[in-house]
Write a protein that binds this ligand. Sequence first.
Ligand code: AMP
Length: 398
Amino acid sequence: MKTIENLSVSGQRVLVRVDFNVPLNEDGSVANDKRILATLPTLRYLLDQGAKVILLSHLGRPKAAPEAKYSLRPVAEALALRLGQAICFCEEAIGPKADAAVQELQNGELLLLENVRFYPGEERGDESFAQALAAHGDCYVNDAFGTAHRAHASTTVVAKFFPGACAFGYVMAAEIENVNRVLQSSERPALAIVGGSKVSSKIDILQRLMDRVDHIIIGGGMSFTFIKAQGGEVGQSICELDHLQTAKDIMDLAKEKGVTLHLPSDVIAADDFAPTANTQICSIFEIPSDWQGLDAGPASRKAFIEVVKSAKTLLWNGPLGVFEMDAFAGGTREVGEAIAEATEAGLFSLVGGGDSVSAVEQFGLADRMSYISTGGGAMLEYLEGKTLPGIQAIIDFA
Ligand code: AMP
């Protein structure tokens, strides 16, 4: 894997695609700086080497034209604070102002260009837009794992203009290395915990994991489709009736591959999808007709925790209940705590793909996991075994 350390960057203009798609507060300030912090090691390395660093990013979903609320200017301010160094911002990504800003840049200085999605060529993967971006740099670094699954101009197409002069930044390298560590599961037993609302969005991941892990815990909303497929009564619980056969196929595949599937045995059922609903603990096979399962019950939590304790490698994708409501967060929290403890005792734990990351952060457990992925959709596609265009482009042109 070619990383920034394999490029000679001193005195060079290094074009770096980062993922500064951060949530903003109403007043436009940065609400969560996790993605900014993640890129600091890459930026510090390049600046220390005396490179001229030119940053590209998107923010939000502007409609291929400038929109003040999606300007990266507040991100530039936040970045300068975190980096402890003044940085330049240009209100264009291409054009005469951007050219002038790049030209004025000195060694060891950093310039953030305006949101690449203000230009229609970005999401279209337009070659002439990519070429105009490429003109700003002598080499290209991709450190935006969160958009690696998009074949956009600044994430993928641009790489072809830097043959022999492309590399991964530290964020990308860490993401690839850590997911591969889980997918190769060299330390056994390997366990995947797959939760979330729907089985239909996790079919490819479940199938792929069958060749890579020894145990799979299926939790959260998607478990009800498996219970229904076995003839259980799931009441009003979220259930995909058009995927009962999918669930059966997954159970058959697990048998064939020798993977132990663990489903919840009991649930916290509620008479409404609301934090104030009445609740009861019941068998997941016998949920009363007007009730719905919103969290793993005590017996399920206990059983899941035992499996966690026996694992050496663990992937966690998707919550085990409606963790956004306190009343139904217990299953996700307790299993999360068990993973944190097991990690401290030597387990390699990777949390990735959207909501489980939010859950782990909400419970203050993020620092106790081995690795937390920064890329939601990109991580899911990587786990599904898809080739991510942003990664492939660097491999092709490195
Ligand atoms: P996903 O985006 O498919 O990973 O699903 C995440 C969402 O699943 C979260 O917002 C959870 O609240 C939701 N979820 C988890 N368990 C349940 C459940 N038992 N019933 C309804 N939604 C659930």
